[in-house]
Design a protein around this ligand. Structure first.
Ligand SMILES: [Zn+2]
Length: 264
């Protein structure tokens, strides 16, 4: 495997290290590059404190947030992380997503949630520790379920959120509440978003999704009873689609698309 996680960085920074710098949901790249940027190329932009992500094909990987307004020197560009899928290879894209989540966690846990004192990044575990009371903050993960629901051989239930690009529909998804199993969350989400009864959810697979820090847990289920009746404000439309008349589907990098492709 190309990636190995590591908490502490090698002693000497090297020009061949990979350094991922994020502003908003975009990442700094060498112009037109199809690989991740090296320390030598972005050196003037690197903040004092970075998070060590691990090693990728032997190279040390660091990540940090930079200011939106930072002027980029010639030869560098900034590109949305989502749009990078397909431009860099899948493993590098997954690494960028991992680095994005760690940099975002690091940026949002600079002060203790208990006493307000500054926190310090530890080098023996993935945490930031309070300098006054030692309270530890760990990277945030939000489990979410996503489910492909079919009816008979030829119909699939897809919904559209107002946030989606024009014309796009996707499988239904929602966050797992504290205290719920993933299967409970599937049943609750479908009841809330579609008002129908489904068969027992079957495990499909999972995917880390960096926008902003979700772990997507994929399931499939079949329609059992009921007509669509949504009182969910998040969905602007929800329909049964046939294979022959599908709308615009989510991009290939998403588990939603993998669920749909496996059905198709
Ligand atoms: Zn504290």
């Amino acid at each position: 495997m190309a990636f190995e996680t590591a908490i502490s960085r090698p002693d000497t920074p090297h020009d061949d290290d990979i350094v991922l710098l994020f502003a908003g949901d975009a990442v700094v790249l060498e112009s037109a590059a199809t690989t991740l940027p090296r320390r030598g190329a972005v050196t003037g932009l690197i903040p004092t404190e970075t998070v060590h992500v691990g090693r990728f094909d032997g190279a040390a990987v660091d990540a940090a947030r930079i200011d939106h307004a930072t002027a980029l020197p010639a030869g560098l560009e900034i590109a949305p992380l989502r749009a990078l899928h397909g431009r860099i290879d899948d493993e590098a894209w997954a690494l960028a997503g991992r680095a994005f989540q760690l940099a975002e966690w690091d940026r949002t846990h600079r002060y203790c949630g208990l006493c307000g004192a500054p926190t310090v990044l530890r080098d023996d575990e993935r945490s930031r520790a309070c300098s006054a009371c030692d309270f530890r903050a760990y990277p945030r993960h939000s489990p979410a379920v996503i489910v492909l629901i079919t009816r008979g051989e030829n119909e699939v239930l897809l919904g559209r959120s107002a946030r989606f690009p024009a014309g796009m529909y996707s499988t239904l998804a929602g966050f797992v509440d504290p205290g719920e199993s993933a299967e409970d969350a599937v049943r609750r989400e479908i009841r809330e978003e579609a008002g129908i009864e489904i068969t027992e959810p079957k495990w499909f697979g999972s995917q880390s999704w960096a926008f902003p820090h979700s772990l997507m847990l994929g399931f499939t289920a079949e329609w059992a009873a009921g007509e669509i009746c949504s009182d969910d404000d998040e969905l602007e439309d929800l329909q049964w689609f046939t294979r022959e008349a599908l709308p615009l589907l989510p991009p290939p990098a998403s588990i939603a698309r993998r669920l749909l492709d496996s059905w198709l």
